[in-house]
Design a binder for this molecule. Structure first.
Ligand SMILES: NC(=O)c1ccc[n+]([C@@H]2O[C@H](COP(=O)([O-])OP(=O)(O)OC[C@H]3O[C@@H](n4cnc5c(N)ncnc54)[C@H](OP(=O)(O)O)[C@@H]3O)[C@@H](O)[C@H]2O)c1
Length: 321
């Protein structure tokens, strides 16, 4: 009898242990399911919000409402290429446009075109290659002082390619002044004005994908673009009144690229439209398009050897432009 009782109690304890284990298993399974469901719904939410942003422009910030009607956009290097396209797209959104460039005739022509959109225009003649003193930038400021400036587009840029030791020293200095110093100093002279407005303001810096993929043969250019990208993104971190955005695309079809066309080369209107849309979504960084974003991210994830070979190839291609 004792033996039967013992056997029975052993059976009961095994049974209860099994039941316990089974419930534990169910509990873990449930927890796991909840965990995965959580991740899944977060992913879905992210995708849905991206879709909503893409489909409904009204969800994005309204440019004139945010930055102020009839305020001014200052575009450096607005006489051609990407800068000219920024002027056109911002003028279409009823921003008055002030261009800063070196060629008065070209800027006059662009201003005439922009007036067709019913906005005011102005141009300031300045060769950024001569801009290495505070006086140079103060002179520019004097001509902009009386305008209600809401947007600064740091666009001006120039590129010279070649084996570094064979390049002209003047070219290296030129790229530092035109690409890097202009972005730093234009932001510096306008920052108080932009900050002290009632409405928000914006600073868009046209950097380059080479800020992430430093390439040989365009090493100085890559360096200047890394500077402008870091500079703009660091200011974005604490800025409350100014929306800073750095644009780091790869090829855009302009005279800088010998007006080349290709499946991976963006047209200026597509690039500028995407950058402005990213600004309207509150982003502080734009790759200019998904293709360039994917390409840059893909290379950044690859091993160093592969990445370096790709950078050398890109450097070669750019030198051939
Ligand atoms: N094209 C690309 O593939 C690409 C890709 C990524 C980033 N970016 C960047 O985008 C920006 C615009 O380049 P882009 O492709 O539009 O080049 P772009 O067609 O050559 O236009 C450059 C603009 O800058 C002006 N500029 C050049 N040097 C100047 C100087 N010393 N002083 C005053 N103005 C000067 C030019 O004036 P003029 O009309 O007098 O020449 C022109 O208006 C640059 O910062 C560039 O680095 C370009």
């Amino acid at each position: 009898m004792e033996l039967v009782k013992k056997g029975f109690s052993v059976l009961v304890s095994i049974h209860s242990k099994l039941i316990h284990k089974y419930y534990q298993h169910l509990y873990r399974k449930r927890k796991l399911r909840i965990f995965f469901m959580g991740i899944g719904s977060l992913y879905l939410l992210r995708r849905l919000s991206q879709l909503a942003m893409a489909l409904a422009p009204s969800i994005r910030r309204n440019m004139t409402a945010r930055y102020g009607e009839e305020s001014w956009a200052v575009v450096t290097g607005g006489s051609d290429g990407i800068g000219k396209e920024f002027c056109i797209q911002l003028a279409k959104q009823k921003f008055n446009i002030a261009i800063i460039g070196r060629n008065a005739k070209k800027m006059d022509q662009v201003c005439l075109e922009l007036q067709g959109f019913g906005v005011q225009t102005k141009f300031v003649v300045a060769d950024f290659n001569e801009g290495h003193t505070v006086e140079f930038y103060n002179k520019i400021y004097e001509q902009l002082e009386y305008l209600d400036i809401s947007i600064l587009v740091n666009n001006v840029g120039a590129a010279e390619a070649g084996q570094f030791e064979q390049t002209k020293m003047e070219d290296s200095l030129m790229m530092l002044r035109v690409n890097a110093l202009s972005t730093l100093m234009m932001t510096r002279i306008l920052i108080s004005k932009l900050q002290n407005r009632e409405k928000k303001s914006a600073v868009i810096t046209v950097s380059s994908g080479l800020a992430y993929l430093p390439c040989p043969f365009v090493s100085v250019y890559s360096g200047t673009k890394a500077f402008t990208n870091y500079f703009t993104q660091s200011l974005a971190l604490t800025s409350k009144k100014i929306d800073f955005l750095s644009a780091t695309s790869l090829g855009v079809s302009t005279k800088m690229l010998g007006n080349r066309k290709g499946p991976n080369i963006l047209e200026t209107n597509e690039f500028v439209k995407n950058v402005i849309n990213d600004l309207r979504q509150g982003k502080t960084h734009s790759f200019g398009c998904q293709r360039h974003k994917r390409f840059i991210n893909h290379l950044l994830w690859r091993n160093q050897n592969f990445r370096n070979q790709a950078k050398i190839q890109i450097g070669h291609n750019l030198m051939n432009c």
